[in-house]
Design a protein around this ligand. Sequence first.
Ligand code: SAM
Length: 331
Amino acid sequence: MEQLVDSYGRRIKSMRISVTDKCNFRCTYCMPAEGLPWLKKAEILSYEEIVRVARVAVSIGIEQIRPTGGEPLVRRDVPELVRQLRQLGGLRSLSLTTNGILLKQQAAALAEAGLTRINVSLDSLLREKFTQVARRDQLQGVLAGLEEVKKYPSIHPVKINAVAMKNFSEEEVLPFVQFARDNAFVMRWIEFMPLDADQIWRKEDILSGGEIKAIIEEAYGPLVLITTGDPSETARRYTFSDGIGEVGFINPVSEPFCASCDRIRLTADGQLRTCLFATEETDLRAVLRSDASDEDLAATIRQAVWHKELKHYIGDKRFKRASRSMSMIGG
Ligand code: SAM
């Protein structure tokens, strides 16, 4: 099996594929209230083009694929895309990142198409706070989506991702732990990153994974570290002393994990990004829409990966904001 490596010796195994830049929520840490200028249909990769990139990427070492967005489920026929990706030999994991609001209608089709994992973003279990952050009064719809996913055990694990923000998330740490333990969801907190279109991010607004862990340990006692031996895992994972449930902390700001990063991203308009905070991209759409062969496409991906950024510089004088905000990248 071929391996995709960068110039620092990191092996690249995971590709996030944004299928749309559009979203039906307007989370304050991500998108402006009025939305963004959306890409035109012709600019967006077709499913055929996405599957071609994925097939070539898998043939040279990608093992995990995750469709994302924007909100992936607002694009038509995502289960059909999942079905086609599922058929790529060599793929170990096929996950989806979603805000969950369309899962009530689509979970069955996604399970049937062969989705193996799912990440649902959910920042609050309280209607008012949810509405404040998502700028949509849709908590009940997301909870209904989560209930629906539980009916399909082939989609496992179901992870809940909450963006942790100071003076917002603290009071909900324990309710989220309880919710996750009761429903056999994996609960994860991700530190707020400077990827918001409105540029409201301030270092003081970060609630670190360490602070959240302390809140949990005060109530539950010491958490038990889960070691998987996979250094590229983004989350520090823990279970409880009674063995029930799992929580994880994704700490890109307080504990950057760039040294073991194994990820690349394909934007909805076909640009390959080798770092969330990249300021440059590789235009795969141009390659796809030329008469280039699969070998040419593979060579372009290898070349881009070789130049993968060493690290992001959040909190450092050298930090530069990414060339796009999160919803345009594909988180
Ligand atoms: N719409 C889908 C969703 O809600 O999961 C997929 C796209 S969304 C951009 C992917 C993830 O990025 C979500 O979990 C979201 O919370 C996270 N995200 C967006 N902006 C962020 C920021 N500034 N800092 C940290 N995480 C962010």
